[in-house]
Design a protein around this ligand. Structure first.
Ligand code: FAD
Length: 476
């Protein structure tokens, strides 16, 4: 396959081509270190024109293209496939971080247009420098890219108020399997002229084309924010609290995150931030409100709404308001460091499930009851975007046991219990992390066959020779 690398060198001037084995190995290892595969090279285009030329040459040489943004994805989508029919196919990893041709803003249209390689943090900062808000917000925002956010339809902590990446995108450009530029960046809020290719590409996880540029919605930056920490007796009380807050402060409610007692205990063991003092053994909720109005008015409104909640609901045990931004950040750090705290204790079983908010408690109780019945003594480290009906239902090995051995023995059964419970409650096995290679077989198993055939038909129409991310998401 050196012919491909020679052809890329001569036909795509300026393209970075990396063949150093250590750098290839690094690019072929996913964030969670579950997959370690290989590739012919890592290629780093600077422009969309280079992406077009590169795709044409890869297609001619039969070399698969695995697109990688920040490589923070959690389902093995950004590294070449490790098993199955396509594992032996030669791949290049197309790393997008140098794709930074465009970064512009249309203030009157409340949009920005950016190349796929900018990090989410770059884009938030660019909007903020113009007094505007790009509301997508994830713990990985310093590393993940706009292209990766779109390809995985990322969610995060402000979906409740602003929607996920799909809802924030007004248009995108991508390079198709023939090496042509497709899509549009007009930034239209209304446009009913045929199939909307944007929506096919969003959430396609690098299997249908390479997203190069996108036009995203902006919002006025809030003038005030108020962060509250609630101690609640159980998840049922958290859902009741959400309902109350939605009824009385819908316009101001921005984030509503729930954490069980074990998650907060764990994060406090590994990080300095401490949760507000409250009754022990209960669950926790972090709520953020924001508004275009003044700080005083927002504080007063939140104090009234949460005071009323405590009076009405005895299962809401305590409410603490952050006194300033620094304190608010400390509270957010507790939520955002849970995954890292869990990683410090070794491997664990991760789930990213969602169902209607009204059925979350039922799911939670059913899944834990199934594990209890099976006599599985694990540590449930449970947290997530409760306001979106989305929980990260993570299960750690009991303290003092060998996590690797625990996983080898029980992972399949634990997955089965969680997946059965979430589907029984009308939910999904992947709320925001996607399918990648981790859940490819599961997706096939649980998707109704007319729907799955439609997935395969879409893949066949857009990428007939399986150039992009073969062996991921859909079996084709
Ligand atoms: P990568 O990991 O590089 O790629 C992800 C997928 O997109 C792959 O299939 C890849 O092939 C494809 N891809 C990447 N770029 C392109 C492109 N330009 N064109 C076509 N396909 C492309 N996710 C959430 O949704 N919500 C969260 O709250 C959240 N929190 C996280 C917290 C941490 C600490 C970490 C590590 C991850 C978290 N994630 C979360 C997952 C991850 O950060 C997001 O999915 C993110 O959107 C991935 O962006 P990326 O640039 O790293 O993409």
């Amino acid at each position: 396959m050196t012919e491909l690398l020679q052809a890329l060198t001569s036909a795509v001037p300026g393209l970075n081509i990396i063949t150093d084995p250590d750098r290839i190995a690094q690019a072929c290892t996913d964030w969670r270190k579950r997959y370690a595969t290989t590739a012919l090279a890592v290629v780093e285009p600077h422009t969309t024109a280079q992406v077009e030329a590169l795709v044409r040459l890869c297609s001619q040489h039969g070399v698969a293209v695995c697109t990688q943004g920040g490589n923070t994805g959690l389902v093995g989508g950004a590294v070449p496939v490790a098993d199955g029919a396509h594992a032996t196919r030669p791949h290049v990893v197309l790393k997008t971080h140098r794709l930074r041709e465009t970064l512009t803003l249309d203030e009157a249209n409340l949009t920005l247009t950016a190349s796929a390689g900018y990090t989410l943090h770059d884009i938030q900062e660019f909007a903020a420098a113009h007094g505007l808000l790009f509301p997508l917000s994830l713990a990985s925002e310093g590393t993940c890219t706009l292209g990766g956010n779109l390809a995985s339809n990322a969610g995060g902590v402000a979906v409740l108020r602003y929607g996920n990446t799909r809802e924030l995108c007004l248009g995108l450009e991508f390079v198709n399997a023939q090496g042509e530029r497709c899509g549009d960046l007009r930034g239209l809020r209304k446009n009913n002229t045929g199939y909307d290719l944007r929506h096919l590409l969003i959430g396609s996880e690098g299997t249908l084309g390479i997203i190069t540029t996108a036009c995203m919605k902006l919002y006025p930056a809030p003038n005030s924010r108020c962060v509250a920490w609630l101690h609640v007796r159980h998840i049922d009380a958290a859902v009741q609290a959400l309902n109350h807050v939605q009824q009385h402060a819908f316009n101001e409610l921005t984030s509503f995150e729930w954490m069980n007692a074990a998650a907060i205990e764990l994060v406090q063991t590994h990080f300095p931030a401490k949760a507000p003092v409250g009754p022990s053994g209960c669950d926790h909720v972090l709520v953020e409100f924001s508004s275009l109005g003044s700080e005083d008015v927002l504080q007063e409104r939140v104090t009234n709404v949460l005071g009323e909640l405590m009076n009405l609901n005895p299962a809401v045990l305590n409410v603490t308001l952050a006194k300033n931004d620094k304190e608010a950040e400390r509270l957010w750090a507790l939520r955002e460091n849970i995954s890292e705290a869990q990683a410090k204790e070794g491997l664990n079983v991760k789930h990213d499930v969602a169902c209607p908010v009204s059925r979350l408690p039922e799911f939670h109780h059913q899944a834990l009851a199934a594990m209890d019945e099976a006599g599985l003594a694990m540590r449930p480290i449970l947290f997530g975007h409760l306001g979106d009906g989305n929980l990260h239902f993570n299960l750690s090995a009991p303290r003092g046991t060998d996590a690797k051995a625990f996983l080898a023995q029980h992972q399949a059964a634990l997955n089965d219990m969680v997946h059965t419970a979430i589907q029984a409650c009308g939910g999904t096995v992947s709320a925001e992390h996607g399918i990648g290679q981790l859940k490819r077989d599961l997706l096939k198993e649980i998707t109704a066959s007319p729907n799955y055939r439609a997935f395969q038909a879409i893949k066949a129409a857009l990428d007939p020779h399986n150039l992009f991310n073969p062996g991921k998401l859909v079996d084709y």
